[in-house]
Design a protein around this ligand. Structure first.
Ligand code: HEM
Length: 89
């Protein structure tokens, strides 16, 4: 389904021209009868939340602490604790 499932790879969502492409395998809000009723609200909130943050801060990994895709297994796959630098722009 995903070309490189264990790697951070934005190309999963980009076509040959670098434009966004929708992938049927991406189902954060589920599908069918039990699809999330709050999807549209959540999408608007996420857009506003991350736009505000990205307009105000530059984010980066602390020196010598590269980001990792390791996770804790539970009801969902939860990222392990990590540190992030948020520098006002
Ligand atoms: C990033 C935010 C959200 C994600 C990733 C998300 C994801 C999901 C998923 C995967 C389901 C299906 C669960 C299942 O299969 O049983 C679900 C169901 C549901 N979600 Fe969300 N959700 C989000 C935000 C919201 C918000 C903001 C609301 C309401 C204001 C909401 C209301 C609901 C309701 C009512 C259901 C049950 C639908 C049903 O079973 O008929 N969700 N959500």
């Amino acid at each position: 389904m995903w070309e490189t499932p264990h790697t951070f790879n934005p190309q999963h969502f980009l076509d040959g021209d670098g434009k966004f492409r929708k992938r049927e395998a991406f189902l954060p809000f589920s599908a069918g009868k039990r699809v999330c009723l709050g999807e549209q609200l959540a999408r608007m909130e996420l857009f506003l939340f991350f736009t505000c943050l990205l307009q105000r801060f530059s984010f980066s990994a602390p020196a010598g602490e590269p980001p990792t895709l390791e996770f804790k297994l539970g009801a969902t796959l939860c990222p392990k604790p990590y540190r992030l630098c948020a520098v006002p722009r």
